[in-house]
Design a protein around this ligand. Structure first.
Ligand code: 5AD
Ligand code: SF4
Length: 439
C-alpha cells in the first residue's frame, strides 16, 4: 500500500506556492495525496502568523490530529511562518509534532523524515537560514493552468504592525534569468496565468548592485515571452509604485488589469505610525494615476481597522479613501497585536468592540463600491480565463476577467483552462453572469 499525505495550507499566496513544493517533495518520496486526515501517514500544516486568529486555528488542528497520531503513528510536520516564529518551543509544547520547519528549509523534508525514521530524535527542527535565498524546488500546483513564482523573499519595510520581516528575514531577489526561465517553462507547458510573488514585489532588485535588475524591467522581459498568458503579481507597495512600472503595465496586455494596492489606512497620521511611507493624498493620487494610465484597471486593497490610537476621524479618512479610490475588492482586517512588533507595544490599543464596529461599517462601504463596479460590466464583452465548473453549480463554468472578477456562464467543460469571450448579462456584488460569444 502506498503511503498517504495531507497538506493543510493557511495564509497567503506565498504559502500556497510553498505547499505546492511540499506536495512535489512528498510525491517524490512515494506519498499519494489525500484530504482525509484519518488515512494520512504524514500531515503537514503550512502555517501563517500574520494575524492572531491563525494561531488559534493551528492549535485546533493540532488537537484534532492528536488521536489520529496515537492510532496510526502519523508523522506531523509544521511548516511556514508560525513554525519559523515559534521554533523548537512548538514541538516541546505539542508532543504530537515531529517536524518543525521554517520557510527556508522545506527542501530538507526528506532529510527530516530520514532523521525521524532513525529513531534517534524525538522531533526534528529546521528553522535557520532565513536570510538566504532558498534553493529552487519544483512545485506541483493543483491547477495545470495557474502557476506562481516567488521573485523576492523576505521584507525590509518593517511596517510597525507586521510580523513578516521578523519571520521571513531580509529582502532578497531571485536572479532575473531564473525567473524568466521559469516563466518560459510554464508557458511551454501551456500554463495560462503566472503569478509573481513577494512581500513587496516592486522593490525587486533593490538588494542588487545591478541597476538593470528592477521590477519594471522584469515585467517587460516577461511580456516579451511568446504565448497567450497573463501575468499577475502580489503584492506591490504603493510607496514603490514608480511610473516606469505603470508604463510597462499600460503597454502590455499580458499584465492583468487587476492591481493590488495595499492601503492599510486612509489616515496620514495612522499611515505614519504604521511606517508606510505615503500619505492619504499620495495614495489617492497614485490610485487615480493608475486608473487613468491603465484604462479599465481594477484596484484591490488590504485595509486594517483599529490600529493603536486610531480615532473615529482617522477611520473616517479610511472610509473616504475607499469611497474615492473605489476598490473592486478589499481584504479587511481588525488590527491584531503581534509580539515583537512596534505597534504591539504602542499605547491606546483599540477596544475589540470598536474594531468590530468599524470593520462592519468598512465592509458595508466597500460592498457598495464592489457592487457599483460589477454593475458597470453589464452589456460589455470580456475576455475571460475559464477555471472550470463552478463549485456551487457544476452545470456552469466559472471564469475570471483580467480584472479578476468572477464570471459564470454556460459552456462545455472542454473550455477549462482556455481564454474565451463572454458577454456580461447580469451582475451581483461579487459575481458577473454572461453568455459565451461564439466565434
Ligand atoms: N493585524 C491585522 N492585519 C494585519 N496584516 C498584517 N499584519 C497585521 C496585523 N498585525 C494585514 C495587512 C497585510 C495583510 C497581508 O495582512 O493588511 O497587507
Ligand atoms: Fe509586512 Fe509591510 Fe512587509 Fe507587507 S510590506 S510584509 S505589511 S512589513
Amino acid at each position: 500500500m502506498k503511503k498517504k499525505a495531507t497538506i493543510i495550507t493557511y495564509g497567503c499566496a506565498m504559502n500556497v506556492n510553498e505547499s505546492a513544493k511540499i506536495k512535489n517533495i512528498l510525491q517524490n518520496m512515494g506519498y499519494d495525496m489525500t484530504d482525509d486526515l484519518a488515512e494520512s501517514d504524514a500531515v503537514f500544516l503550512n502555517t501563517c502568523t500574520v494575524r492572531e486568529g491563525a494561531a488559534t486555528q493551528i492549535y485546533g488542528k493540532l488537537g484534532e490530529l492528536k488521536p489520529i497520531k496515537e492510532k496510526r503513528g502519523t508523522i506531523i510536520g509544521v511548516t511556514g511562518c508560525f513554525a519559523q516564529e515559534q521554533g523548537e518551543e512548538l514541538a516541546k509544547k505539542f508532543k504530537q509534532i515531529d517536524i518543525v520547519m521554517g520557510n527556508q528549509n522545506i527542501g530538507k523534508i526528506p532529510q527530516a523524515m530520514e532523521k525521524l525514521e532513525s529513531g534517534d530524535f524525538k522531533h526534528v527542527v529546521f528553522v535557520g537560514d532565513e536570510d538566504e535565498l532558498p534553493p529552487r524546488i519544483d512545485a506541483d500546483f493543483d491547477s495545470k493552468k495557474t502557476a506562481s513564482i516567488p521573485i523576492t523573499y523576505g521584507c525590509n519595510n518593517f511596517c510597525t504592525y507586521c510580523i513578516v520581516p521578523y519571520v521571513r528575514g531580509r529582502e532578497r531577489s531571485v536572479p532575473m534569468n531564473q525567473i524568466l526561465d521559469e516563466v518560459k517553462r510554464f508557458v511551454e507547458k501551456e500554463y495560462r496565468e503566472v503569478i509573481l510573488l513577494g512581500q513587496n514585489v516592486n522593490s525587486y532588485g533593490n538588494d542588487s548592485e545591478d541597476k538593470e535588475m528592477n521590477f519594471a524591467r522584469l515585467l517587460e522581459e516577461i511580456c516579451k515571452i511568446e504565448g497567450d498568458f497573463l501575468v499577475r503579481f502580489i503584492s506591490p507597495h504603493p510607496r514603490d509604485f514608480t511610473d516606469d512600472v505603470i508604463d510597462v503595465i499600460a503597454a502590455n496586455e499580458k499584465i492583468a488589469r487587476c492591481l493590488h494596492l495595499p492601503l492599510q489606512s486612509g489616515s496620514s497620521r495612522v499611515l505614519k505610525a504604521m511606517n508606510r511611507g505615503y500619505t492619504k493624498e499620495e495614495y489617492i493620487a497614485l490610485a487615480a494615476k493608475i486608473k487613468e494610465r491603465v484604462p479599465g484597471a481594477a484596484l484591490t486593497a488590504d485595509i486594517i481597522v483599529g490600529f493603536p490610537g486610531e480615532t473615529e476621524e482617522d477611520f473616517l479618512d479610511t472610509l473616504d479613501v475607499v469611497r474615492t479610490s473605489k476598490f473592486d475588492n478589499a481584504f479587511m482586517f481588525m488590527y491584531s497585536p503581534r509580539k515583537g512588533t512596534k505597534a504591539a507595544t504602542m499605547d491606546c490599543q483599540i477596544d475589540q468592540e470598536v474594531k468590530k464596529e468599524r470593520l462592519q461599517r468598512l465592509i458595508e462601504v466597500q460592498n457598495e463600491a464592489s457592487k457599483e463596479l460589477s454593475l458597470a460590466f453589464v452589456g460589455k464583452t470580456e475576455k475571460v480565463f475559464v477555471e472550470g465548473p463552478s463549485k456551487k453549480n457544476k452545470a456552469v463554468l466559472s471564469s475570471r476577467t483580467s480584472t479578476n472578477k468572477i464570471v459564470l456562464f454556460e459552456g462545455e467543460s472542454s473550455l477549462e483552462g482556455e481564454f474565451v469571450e463572454v458577454k456580461i448579462t447580469d451582475a451581483k456584488t461579487w459575481t458577473l453572469y454572461g453568455e459565451l460569444v461564439k466565434n
